[in-house]
Write a protein that binds this ligand. Structure first.
Ligand code: HEC
Ligand code: HEC
Ligand code: HEC
Ligand code: HEC
Ligand code: HEC
Ligand code: HEC
Ligand code: HEC
Ligand code: HEC
Ligand code: HEC
Ligand code: HEC
Length: 308
């Protein structure tokens, strides 16, 4: 909800503000409505008040002000439309710091959850509803593990690296290996990225974008969703019964090679009288699915054996 309000305001603000330099538009900004308890987070903030003037900060932090000036935040916060001081919404009240500068108020003096709380002052809603129950929060990852808000390094979302995928590989290098296997989702090719399937802010199982694995897959592979007249039970249960999500040495992202996959659950029984009995060594390669073409389910009246 809140996020959408921000987006609308930001769009309106952008239209009105035209090319006004952000730094001149800083009038009468207030701290975030639900500002964090700065002295509670770090006692060194006790007694400090908001300076609320970027040009004061700029006298000593020219580079930081310049880097920040290239980001979405600079524009969004400078319009005074996001209940905020510009620098101090994230850096806390700084009157004492201006008089007696030092690093005792530094961001990295906060715990990981406190760092995230600073961002959540304004970003609690949207995809981050489940943040506090999610694997990243529980794994001691903070917003700033993936976001660098002091400079624009990515086209969107202020990521620490140029793309979402490179941001993820900093910690999930094993997935890069999977994505290099012969069969893989086209992440390397740039047709999709990690965020196509994952909401890293969320708390759903596997941090997926949807409630279940199958629902996630069928957002793009809708023809596998069903329901079918003749269901194949393991498909209903989970695509992961037969497919890797990231990459595989087998064709079609299969977890196990062709016929051997089917034979983890089925036996040859029932095929005794059929031609080409030795199907595992079928020269055509794909084995069982040469005949059982509708392995994901069939809507054909006589598709019970997945032959059509
Ligand atoms: C949206 C939150 C946010 C805003 C707004 C913000 N900063 Fe930062 N700033 C951070 C975070 C987070 C860090 C710590 C970066 C890190 O640990 O990687 C930081 C780091 C810094 C540093 C340390 C050196 C550096 O560049 O990393 C300075 C100086 C600084 N900010 C000044 C400012 C000034 C001046 C403004 C206003 C023009 C400002 N910041 C606005 C979040 C913010
Ligand atoms: C008179 C000069 C001066 C002014 C004015 C000033 N700073 Fe600083 N600031 C410093 C110095 C010196 C450091 C310490 C650098 C270090 O130790 O690495 C620092 C460090 C910082 C840091 C990184 C460490 C920390 O404490 O978080 C941030 C962020 C920061 N200042 C933000 C601000 C903001 C925001 C303003 C404006 C409200 C501001 N500063 C005004 C001199 C100044
Ligand atoms: C005072 C309120 C406020 C605080 C605190 C704040 N933000 Fe934002 N943030 C905004 C607003 C407003 C926007 C613009 C909203 C929009 O465009 O939809 C924004 C946009 C963003 C975006 C999208 C930028 C883009 O280029 O697409 C990211 C990512 C983001 N913030 C991360 C953070 C992180 C990380 C922190 C903490 C270090 C933080 N924010 C702290 C208000 C805030
Ligand atoms: C594990 C990495 C990671 C962490 C941790 C993370 N983000 Fe993000 N964030 C991303 C990625 C990737 C995107 C781009 C998502 C997309 O492409 O849909 C994003 C997008 C955003 C956006 C812009 C789009 C939107 O959803 O509104 C905001 C704002 C944002 N993040 C804020 C935060 C805040 C606040 C935190 C901490 C509570 C946080 N992020 C933690 C990776 C991360
Ligand atoms: C700063 C390191 C770091 C970064 C960057 C990072 N992660 Fe994570 N990720 C973790 C940690 C720590 C965990 C939780 C512990 C674990 O399960 O390994 C985790 C867990 C996960 C999980 C597993 C959730 C589960 O339920 O098993 C997924 C999926 C995930 N991350 C995806 C991503 C994606 C996508 C990105 C990039 C947008 C990303 N991560 C960026 C550190 C990181
Ligand atoms: C096509 C969808 C899809 C894409 C694209 C995708 N993932 Fe996944 N990922 C999944 C599914 C499904 C799981 C399994 C979740 C479960 O078991 O609940 C998973 C699991 C994970 C896990 C936890 C288990 C593991 O394998 O380590 C991590 C970490 C992860 N993904 C990171 C990433 C990263 C990083 C990227 C981008 C390079 C990425 N994913 C791209 C669907 C995807
Ligand atoms: C965001 C869209 C998207 C999602 C979500 C998605 N896929 Fe895909 N999938 C694709 C694209 C794009 C391709 C490549 C199609 C091509 O190359 O023609 C692909 C290809 C495949 C292939 C064929 C791979 C090959 O080697 O030919 C399989 C199998 C597959 N996906 C299974 C899944 C499963 C299982 C899931 C859920 C874990 C899933 N997909 C989620 C978009 C998606
Ligand atoms: C019982 C094992 C099994 C399950 C479970 C399964 N698949 Fe498949 N899938 C296969 C096999 C085998 C192939 C190769 C089919 C062929 O060569 O004709 C395949 C191929 C694919 C392909 C690429 C070729 C095509 O038909 O488009 C996609 C995409 C795909 N599966 C998606 C899914 C999705 C999505 C799910 C979950 C809803 C799923 N699969 C569940 C066995 C399975
Ligand atoms: C994870 C276990 C599993 C895997 C792997 C699997 N199946 Fe199945 N299959 C089942 C189950 C369970 C049924 C439902 C059996 C029933 O209703 O008696 C079934 C039903 C079938 C049927 C219909 C049987 C009937 O009696 O009507 C066919 C044909 C079939 N599978 C072929 C395949 C093929 C071909 C593969 C490989 C692409 C495969 N299966 C992989 C578990 C699996
Ligand atoms: C040459 C075509 C062909 C190939 C290859 C083939 N099947 Fe079949 N399969 C059939 C036919 C035809 C039936 C239906 C028999 C019937 O209706 O009595 C059948 C029936 C089945 C059934 C249902 C059994 C039953 O009692 O009704 C299963 C399960 C099955 N096949 C699994 C497999 C597996 C696993 C493989 C690969 C190892 C495989 N099939 C390869 C043609 C084939």
């Amino acid at each position: 909800m809140r996020h959408h309000e921000h987006r609308r305001r930001w769009a309106v603000g952008l239209a009105l503000a035209g090319c006004l330099a952000w730094i001149t538009a800083a009038a009468a900004a207030k701290p975030p409505e639900k500002a964090v308890d700065w002295p509670g987070f770090n006692p060194a903030f006790a007694g400090a008040t908001y300076v609320d003037d970027v040009s004061t900060c700029a006298t000593c932090h020219e580079d930081a002000v310049k880097g920040f000036g290239s980001t979405h935040h600079a524009r969004a916060l400078a319009q005074g439309k996001a209940e905020a001081n510009q620098c101090e919404s994230c850096h806390g009240p700084r009157s004492k710091h201006v008089e007696n500068p030092g690093d005792e108020l530094a961001f990295d003096k906060l715990t990981t959850p406190q760092q995230s709380a600073v961002c959540l002052q304004c970003h609690q809603g949207g995809t981050r509803m489940g943040w506090k129950a999610g694997a990243h929060h529980r794994g001691d990852v903070s917003c700033t593990s993936c976001h660098d808000v002091m400079a624009k390094r990515s086209d969107r979302a202020l990521l620490t690296k140029a793309s979402a995928t490179d941001t993820c590989y900093q910690c999930h290098a094993d997935v890069r290996g999977d994505m290099s296997k012969p069969s893989h989702h086209p992440v390397r090719e740039g047709a999709m990225d990690c965020a196509s399937c994952h909401n890293v802010h969320g708390s759903k199982p596997g941090l997926l974008v949807k409630n279940t694995l199958n629902e996630t897959c069928t957002t793009c592979h809708a023809e596998k969703r069903g329901p079918f007249l003749w269901e194949h039970a393991p498909v209903r249960e989970s695509c992961a019964n037969c497919h890797e999500a990231h990459g595989s040495a087998n064709r079609n992202l299969l977890t196990i090679k062709d016929s051997f996959l089917c034979l983890t659950c089925h036996s040859y029984g029932g095929h005794i009288n059929l031609p080409r009995y030795n199907r595992t060594n079928n020269p055509l390669g794909s084995g069982c699915v040469n005949c059982h073409v509708a392995t994901h389910g069939s809507n054909h009246p006589s598709g019970a054996k997945q032959m059509r």
